[in-house]
Design a protein around this ligand. Structure first.
Ligand SMILES: [Zn+2]
Length: 284
């Protein structure tokens, strides 16, 4: 069964073994919509099987949060009209020109276009990709749209961020639920994993506008408003402590001074992420 989050919102939890992200289902009186299409035809089929068992109003649309493979490889199998940001569609047009066999994936890792983690996960989720077909979204947004599902609406808004410039959130006001996709995660496609404080502040301002009880992210369990903002506030504070520092050692010292304790392993990783972001900026 899909997990029920609120009266009208369900989800299939993420599965980290093959990097399957969480998928969502929002049910209106007239029709339902799906959030993200899964990382393979099999993932999409597993999700649809569970949806079929639920006897809910028929699914009309799939909304994509961003272009990364694990959110879009199930589109063709889902078979519904797909909605995305215009930049997501543009990137998908490019992805359609690529080959996904082992040799092609390995070659893209060699040139730095693809990262090892995604290559390995793609191979693990789909050992055979001979019949993988990518399709394009039929409907695109430039900034924001609202969909009335009957008795419940959802807002799709482009928020961007370092993880993927095309990232959009899906907000369900009646249920106070927000699907964040991966927008709050690091940039891992341009060298070392990184955060950028300015970009993070802009992103969080966009998220903050909405009254949310529960956040669903792509690769974690749902989090309450309190849990999510404890993390956002800590992350922002770490970014401010790191400031413009480009050396990890020099960034750890002020952290220990301000917090009166050494960073945890997780905090150390975030310090490194902001340092990496500063290094990328200084190389531009
Ligand atoms: Zn992603």
């Amino acid at each position: 069964m899909l997990k029920q989050l609120t009266n009208r919102v369900y989800y299939m939890p993420h599965y980290s073994e093959t990097d399957r992200p969480a998928l969502g289902l929002i049910c209106g009186d007239s029709f339902s919509v799906i959030v993200d299409s899964g990382n393979s035809p099999a993932h999409a089929r597993d999700f649809l099987e569970l949806v079929d068992k639920m006897d809910k109003p028929p699914v009309k649309f799939v909304i994509l949060t961003h272009w990364h493979w694990d959110h879009i490889f199930g589109m063709k199998t889902m078979g519904f009209i797909t909605i995305s940001h215009e930049e997501t569609k543009k990137t998908l047009e490019y992805l359609q020109t690529l080959k996904w066999d082992d040799a092609s994936l390995d070659a893209r890792v060699e040139t730095g276009e693809e990262i090892e983690f995604c290559r390995d996960m793609i191979k693990r989720e789909m050992p055979n990709r001979d019949h993988l077909e990518l399709k394009l979204p039929e409907l695109t947004i430039t900034n924001k749209m609202e969909i009335d599902l009957g008795g419940v609406t959802c807002i799709v808004e482009h928020v961007g961020g370092v993880h993927a410039q095309d990232s959009s959130i899906i907000y369900v006001p009646n249920e106070k639920v927000m699907f964040l996709g991966d927008c709050i995660y690091q940039d891992f496609y341009s060298g070392e994993w990184s955060y950028d404080l300015d970009e993070l502040v802009i992103l969080l301002d966009k998220i903050k506008k909405y009254d949310v009880d529960t956040y669903i992210t792509g690769h974690q369990n749902p989090q309450s408003h309190e849990e999510m903002w404890r993390f956002f506030d800590d992350l922002t504070s770490i970014g401010k402590i790191v400031d413009k520092e480009v050396s990890l050692d020099k960034a750890v010292a002020p952290f220990t001074e301000v917090r009166k304790e050494s960073p945890t392993e997780e905090q150390l990783e975030y310090i490194q992420n902001f340092v990496n972001g500063n290094q990328k900026k200084s190389q531009k």
